[in-house]
Design a protein around this ligand. Structure first.
Ligand code: UT7
Length: 325
């Protein structure tokens, strides 16, 4: 088995900034309510760039930072709940844009845990020798499936993309992975796909592709599962929480992260947060945060970090990583 490390990251978000006050213009909410309950101040909302465009821009930066030629990428995994099309996969569109002609490409669906799942899949491909250099992207244009009249959800989400290049290595970069799913909670965060309408199916069903969410249930789930993921990913390793420099959580709600920090008795400063500026970008949230940390120079060779996420599905997971750049 080969070892796997991250050799570069990149991210991109649309330039259009939408503040809480902007949203308060069309739904009954306020900057105070949104800030107090979520920590979000503003988010980026795409005017004309779909998921493949955001992804390609993030991927180009990751390739540049990793000093990798697109032709050397042999695997592209896009984690998204908001693809451009059902067919082709958005990963194939990104391949074409990048000129990554030697890659096998596919999308995965794990909502906000998508990047964690994607890194896990790429790690398995590389460990077994199937792949040598993989591009993993988490990207969303959630604004196209958000109900802009629903104040319970439209205040939360933003658009953006983050990418990482993973490569075969002698050094262990991905130290351990823990993932799971709980389909029994799927109804708490939903966006229907195309309904079953055909010549044989009887009464026509309406085509309603918008997000609905039971925020309280997701909140309860998040505060239960995040500490478990962090515990599990450290289990059977030589590391404990004191060895971890940063935890990069899914950027959903400051109160969720504060709760997790308290429950595990971890200094809140260990959790990297940028949700005040991006909102919840679902699959994009963890890789955007990770890339921002790299750009700020927060990560040094040898640092141990944990990526941890939860989301619709329900899905959850964490990765313990040694930074090798
Ligand atoms: O990636 C995973 C995505 N999802 C999540 O992470 C969601 C997790 N859940 C949450 O973050 C929180 O549950 C929310 C931020 C969504 C909601 O916060 P909450 O403290 O759980 O509020 P609530 O749903 O219990 O609602 C409290 C009140 C309600 O009014 P009443 O019934 O008490 O009169 C809501 O109607 O707040 C009202 N409310 C709002 N008021 C102003 C709900 N949304 C808004 C709003 N502005 N945007």
């Amino acid at each position: 088995m080969y070892e796997v490390k991250i050799i570069g990251t990149g991210s991109y978000a649309p330039s259009n900034v939408v503040t809480n006050d902007d949203i308060a213009q069309f739904v009954d909410t306020s900057d105070k309510w949104i800030s107090d309950r979520t920590g979000i101040k503003e988010r980026r909302i795409s005017k004309d760039e779909d998921t493949s465009v955001l992804s390609t821009k993030a991927a180009k930066l990751a390739l540049e930072n990793a000093n990798v030629n697109p032709k050397d990428i042999d695997l592209i995994i896009l984690a998204t709940a908001t693809p451009d099309y059902f067919i082709p996969s958005t990963a194939c569109i990104i391949q074409e844009e990048l000129g990554a002609v030697n890659a096998t490409c596919f999308d995965i669906s794990a909502a906000c845990t998508g990047f964690i799942y994607g890194v896990n899949i790429a790690t398995q491909f590389i460990k077994t020798g199937q792949s040598k250099t993989a591009l993993v992207i988490g990207a969303e244009v959630l604004s196209k499936i958000v109900d802009w009249d629903d104040r319970n959800t439209c205040i939360l989400f933003g658009d953006g993309a983050g990418a990482a290049i993973l490569q075969r290595s002698d050094e262990k970069g991905i130290i351990s992975v823990y993932t799971g799913s709980d389909g029994s909670g799927g109804e708490h965060l939903e966006c229907p796909a195309v309904p079953l309408n055909n010549k044989f199916s009887g009464e026509e069903k309406s085509n309603d592709n918008i997000v609905s969410m039971n925020g309280r249930e997701i909140f309860k789930f998040a505060t239960k599962i995040m500490p478990k993921c962090i515990d599990e990913v450290l289990k059977n390793t030589e590391y404990n929480l004191e060895d971890i420099k940063y935890i990069v959580p899914h950027q959903a709600n400051t109160r969720i992260i504060e709760y997790v920090a308290k429950k595990l008795n971890i200094d809140l400063n260990k959790f990297y947060m940028n949700l005040d500026r991006y909102g919840n970008t679902s699959g994009g949230s963890i890789p955007i945060a990770l890339d921002e940390m790299v750009q700020k120079g927060l990560l040094n060779k040898g640092d141990k970090i944990i990526l941890v996420g939860f989301g619709g599905g329900l899905t959850f997971g964490a990765e313990l990583i040694e930074w090798r750049i």
